[in-house]
Write a protein that binds this ligand. Structure first.
Ligand SMILES: [Zn+2]
Length: 304
């Protein structure tokens, strides 16, 4: 049965949530190779998800699309010359946990990669506990489809009252090949199905990435390492771990919208750069829809 379509002006709301108590985790950054400690702290309702550079006078960087500064191989947010890299796995865990307000203190430039998945962050959030804040946030539900295309890659979203993520990948590698996966945010278990899926890299790209200052902290401990035709540090956690990780990444990048969203999103062969273009287009469409709503509303009160 198709979900009922919403009438204009009807909001679906989600409860704002934060964590109960501060919790921290330390580790090496995948790209920088720099060791950092992240401490999650409860935050006030409406303050949003914010990175706080504890080593730089508490400089605050909102975890929002407007803050993104780099998108090659990982998502980076920044302000002025200061940035925090590889935010997507942590943001994915926060989004999956419904956390809308939290301060993420960090004493360096990159979130620890830990084991390359979102599982350590899910355990961290579980240890902190999650609590409702007593105020609500309206879900973003667009009424028109949205699409971004780049050659044979695309992401499209059709209106829905649920958040459903579908991903397809096609890698010229015998272990990956074609994979597809569908994750229903309301029905499926993120902790079990998506959170354990690790990031992956190819040995053939390592020299190029090192030369570009990337993957300096990468190792067999924190990503699936692919040789020419095999996994060098097996076993995999899922046969289709690769496409599950892409869903993990997409959810993390969707967190940069800054509020919960519903829609049926299909991504094909995309990555952080296209995720980001998609999020930008969603935000532009949302701003336009809100503009239309306010123009359609009477400028004078109906009963003066
Ligand atoms: Zn990732």
């Amino acid at each position: 049965m198709a979900p009922p379509s919403l009438k204009a002006g009807v909001d679906m709301n989600a409860k704002r949530k934060t964590i109960n108590t501060p919790v921290s985790i330390s580790g090496i950054g995948l790209h920088s190779g720099i060791y950092t400690t992240v401490e999650l702290k409860p935050a006030a309702p409406g303050s949003g998800v914010t990175f706080v550079r504890a080593d730089l006078d508490g400089l605050r960087i909102a975890a929002l699309q407007a803050s993104t500064t780099a998108l090659d191989y990982a998502t980076t947010v920044g302000k002025d010359d200061v940035s925090v890299g590889t935010v997507e796995h942590l943001l994915s865990a926060l989004m999956a946990s419904g956390i809308t307000d939290v301060d993420i203190h960090i004493d360096g430039p990159e979130v620890p990669i830990v084991d390359g998945s979102a599982l350590p962050f899910m355990h961290l959030i579980d240890a902190a506990g999650v609590r409702e804040l007593g105020t609500e946030v309206p879900m973003l539900r667009l009424r028109e489809p949205i699409e971004v295309v780049e050659g044979d890659k695309f992401i499209r979203m059709t209106p829905s009252n649920h958040l459903v993520l579908k991903y397809k990948i096609d890698f010229d590698h015998p272990v990956i090949g074609k994979q597809s996966y569908q994750f229903d945010y309301a029905e499926d278990n993120f902790l079990r199905k998506i959170a354990p899926a690790r990031t992956f890299g190819f040995v053939r790209d390592v020299e190029k990435m090192h030369a570009a200052g990337l993957a300096r902290g990468g190792s067999v401990e924190n990503c699936i390492v692919l040789g020419d035709d095999d996994v060098m540090n097996g076993p995999l956690r899922f046969r289709d771990e690769f496409v599950r990780h892409k869903i993990l990444d997409l959810l993390g990048d969707l967190a940069l919208i800054g509020r919960p969203i519903t829609g049926e999103i299909t991504a094909s062969r995309a990555g952080h750069a296209l995720h980001s273009r998609f999020v930008a287009k969603v935000l532009a469409a949302a701003a336009e829809a809100e503009q239309d709503m306010s123009e359609a509303a009477p400028t004078e009160p109906a009963f003066a």
